[in-house]
Structure formats: structure tokens, C-alpha cells
Ligand binder design. Structure first.
Ligand code: ZN
Length: 274
């Protein structure tokens, strides 16, 4: 599959940022340009449902042509095959089937169904074993604990997924306590199969935790969602503090600039670690 080679060949690794509109795309891609790093732009399935998909695909293509970096569009956690098919049709570069809440056998068969469809169109498939806890938009995981290596081996032996995620101790949303990441499990997966491994719940991990994750050769994609939303919120709060939300003389573009600065700063901070 050429797309796989282009995106994940030569040990290439990425931060993947959850975006929701053209402004957030612009801020992340400008950060990528600044740091000279390609980026993955991902949409949660809820955001995907709400957005004008054709416009977003066109905007990413257009903005990419102006910048010196590549940006790939990815559909994050999705349990619905019809939505996944729609993302493939609209030209998303990769999709994630998240059937980690189902029994392993069902996860395997659903993931294979997605692979059959997506691969025929040259689209990369991410799948997950062992539910990652926490809340991310419409996906909420209640299971605690770590994925079992036997389950992971069985899953990898019986599916043709391209990139792979598993519950290794990280969490979606905001961390209430310091996560206990199972680095041995990440290594065990690397020893068993050469497949790009995806870290979910990258938001809120310290710089040293992120560096420790990037020290694994198989860690090739780290997802950042919550931190970008927090940056958006901080931008609005900053605007408010500066008096930019006052009724008189309110300028939408001034507020937008504050939001842009925060998002770009956060994305740059991560990309610098690659
Ligand atoms: Zn996730």
C-alpha cells in the first residue's frame, strides 16, 4: 500500500492533533511549518459528522500546497462502519476502527471488515485492543487496566491493520493522577511485530514522559486532543482578560488571534520533541 509507505515509512513519527475547523487546522499546520514537521490532523467521529467534509479535505490540500510540510487527515476512534466508509469516500488518509469495547473475536472481525474496505481504497487502518480509559468526545472507555499481550498477539496475527493502539496506561481527557505507563508492554509489542504503535491520551503527559515514549522505536504516533481544546479555551480567557470581549469595540479577529496563538504554541511545544 503506497499510502502506508509514504506516511509511516522510514520510521517516520508524528504528533496527531484533534482539529475541529479550518482555524484549528491552520494553527496546527503553521506550527508544523515552524518546526519543519509533518502533522496528522484528526477528527473525532462526532466532529467528523458535524463538519463539511469536502470543504475540510479541500482546505487541507490547499493549505498544504502553501506550506512546506505534509498534513494527513485521520478519523479518530470510530465504532460505526458507515462513518468510516464515509471518511474513506471523502478522502481521509487513515481511519481508526475502535472495537476495543467488544469481545476480542468481534474486534478482530470488525477490524478486518474495515481493512477490507479501506485498503481497497489505499486508506490506512488503525485499531485498538484493550479499551483506553477516559472520555474523548463521544467515546468513553470504562475499562481499567492494561491490554493483555496474548490478546494483542492474537489480534495482530488475525488482522491486517496497519497501525495499532492498546491500553498501556495512558488515559483520554485530563489526568487526575500521574499515569503509570507500561513501557515493557510497548517493547513486547515491538518484539512481536513491526507495526507502528499509537499512543492515545498524549495530552497532559510531561515532556519527559513524552520523550520516554518516543524513545521506543515502534511509537510512531502520539495523539493530542484535550490539550488543544484547553488551548482554545485559554485563548478565549486571555481575550477576556485583555478586555477583548467587551461589548463596545468587540473585534472577532482579535479574539481569534488569541486562540490561534495558544493552539499554535501547544502544537509547537509537542512537535519540538520529535
Ligand atoms: Zn484516543
Amino acid at each position: 500500500m503506497p499510502a502506508m509507505k509514504e506516511i509511516f515509512g522510514n520510521q517516520r513519527r508524528y504528533f496527531a492533533f484533534n482539529i475541529w475547523d479550518t482555524d484549528s487546522i491552520q494553527a496546527v499546520m503553521d506550527a508544523g511549518e515552524e518546526e519543519k514537521k509533518d502533522v496528522i490532523l484528526q477528527t473525532s467521529s462526532r466532529v467528523f459528522a458535524e463538519m463539511d467534509k469536502e470543504a475540510i479535505r479541500r482546505y487541507v490540500d490547499y493549505y498544504q500546497s502553501k506550506k512546506g510540510i505534509k498534513a494527513y487527515l485521520h478519523l479518530d476512534h470510530c465504532r460505526d462502519i458507515e462513518i468510516i466508509k464515509s471518511a474513506v469516500e471523502y478522502g481521509w488518509d487513515s481511519v481508526m476502527i475502535d472495537a476495543s469495547h467488544l469481545p476480542l473475536e468481534e474486534n478482530i472481525s470488525l477490524s478486518n471488515e474495515v481493512c477490507g474496505y479501506a485498503h481497497s481504497k489505499g486508506v490506512i487502518v488503525e485499531a485498538e485492543v484493550g479499551q483506553i480509559p477516559g472520555v474523548e468526545d463521544d467515546i468513553s472507555g470504562t475499562a481499567a487496566g492494561y491490554a493483555k499481550i496474548e490478546d494483542i498477539k492474537k489480534f495482530l496475527d488475525n488482522t491486517s491493520v496497519d497501525i495499532f493502539a492498546a491500553s498501556i496506561g495512558t488515559c483520554h481527557g485530563l489526568y487526575k493522577e500521574k499515569p503509570n505507563i507500561d513501557h515493557e508492554l510497548i517493547d513486547e509489542i515491538a518484539q512481536y511485530r513491526e507495526i507502528p504503535f499509537v499512543i492515545h491520551g498524549g495530552s497532559g503527559l510531561s515532556e519527559s514522559e513524552l520523550k520516554n515514549l518516543l524513545a521506543h522505536n515502534n511509537v510512531r504516533k502520539i495523539n493530542i486532543s484535550t490539550e488543544l481544546k484547553q488551548s482554545y479555551r485559554r485563548g478565549i480567557l486571555n481575550a477576556s482578560e485583555k478586555g477583548l470581549l467587551s461589548e463596545n469595540g468587540f473585534e472577532a479577529t482579535a479574539v481569534k488571534k488569541e486562540i490561534y496563538k495558544e493552539i499554535k504554541f501547544t502544537a509547537e511545544e509537542k512537535l519540538r520533541l520529535l
